[in-house]
Design a protein around this ligand. Structure first.
Ligand code: DX5
Ligand code: ZN
Length: 219
């Protein structure tokens, strides 16, 4: 496994100062910027849309890892691509045409990711794994930051790691929810190579971000 990448979730940032927050986590060593998009329908919360992604784009050159928790998703893909998303991840549970959605994202010249909720089996990836650039395993039920890591998802990470290795393709394996200095090494041991962390990145304010990110890397 190559060295782990850390993707702070800006859901836990100060929304009144998002541009500054993004510059701070960039300087503190974030690899990707994880943007949680929620619609109050697929998940029980509302967050941000393409206009905010576009406004944030000039504040960093790091990869924008956009996690769409919305249904339906297809009508918004072009807008997020134009706004500056680099990776666009969606939930196959949110609509019947996940294969089409992957092709649509790739046709926009973006990396395509699929995310599985805690109750969704790894098997859902059988006919998508050879098409995607990233798999995102949810280790909490999506909708809110600050929830506890669901242990059973370690087995799913292991199963998906096997699928990825078997595919022989370069596919990132990302884990999202309840990641902190205790759960991070367990997710990595199970096969994850990208860790999303909201609460654990932003706690303590800007002066703590570099140490928080280093702690997630285990350094
Ligand atoms: C959950 C979001 C996560 C969340 C993670 O719905 O997709 O990205 O912000 O937050 P923490 O790290 O606080 O569990
Ligand atoms: Zn997320």
């Amino acid at each position: 496994v190559p060295s782990v990448r850390i993707a702070p979730s800006i859901l836990s940032a100060d929304f009144a100062r998002l541009g500054e927050e993004i510059r701070a986590i960039d300087e503190a060593g974030a690899d990707w910027i994880h943007v949680d998009v929620m619609d109050g329908h697929f998940v029980p919360n509302l967050t941000i849309g393409p206009m905010v992604v576009k406004a944030l784009r000039p504040h960093t050159t790091k990869t924008f890892d956009v996690h769409l928790m919305i249904s339906p998703v297809d009508a918004f893909l072009d807008a997020f691509a134009q706004a500056g998303a680099d990776i666009i991840t969606f939930h196959p549970e949110a609509g019947p045409h996940s294969h089409r959605t992957v092709q649509h994202i790739k046709s926009l010249g973006k990396k395509a990711g699929v995310s599985l909720n805690p109750g969704t089996p790894a098997k859902m990836l059988d006919y998508l794994i050879d098409e995607v650039d990233l798999v995102l395993i949810m280790s909490v039920n999506p909708g809110f930051g600050g929830q506890s890591f669901i242990e059973s998802q370690l087995r799913k990470i292991e199963a998906v790691r096997k699928m990825i290795d078997k595919s022989g393709r370069e596919i990132a394996l990302e884990v999202d929810g309840g990641i902190d200095a205790t759960t991070a090494p367990r997710a990595i041991a199970a096969g994850a190579d990208v860790l999303v962390a909201g609460t654990a990145t932003f706690r303590g304010g800007p002066s703590a971000y570099a140490a928080n990110i280093a702690g997630l890397r285990g350094s």
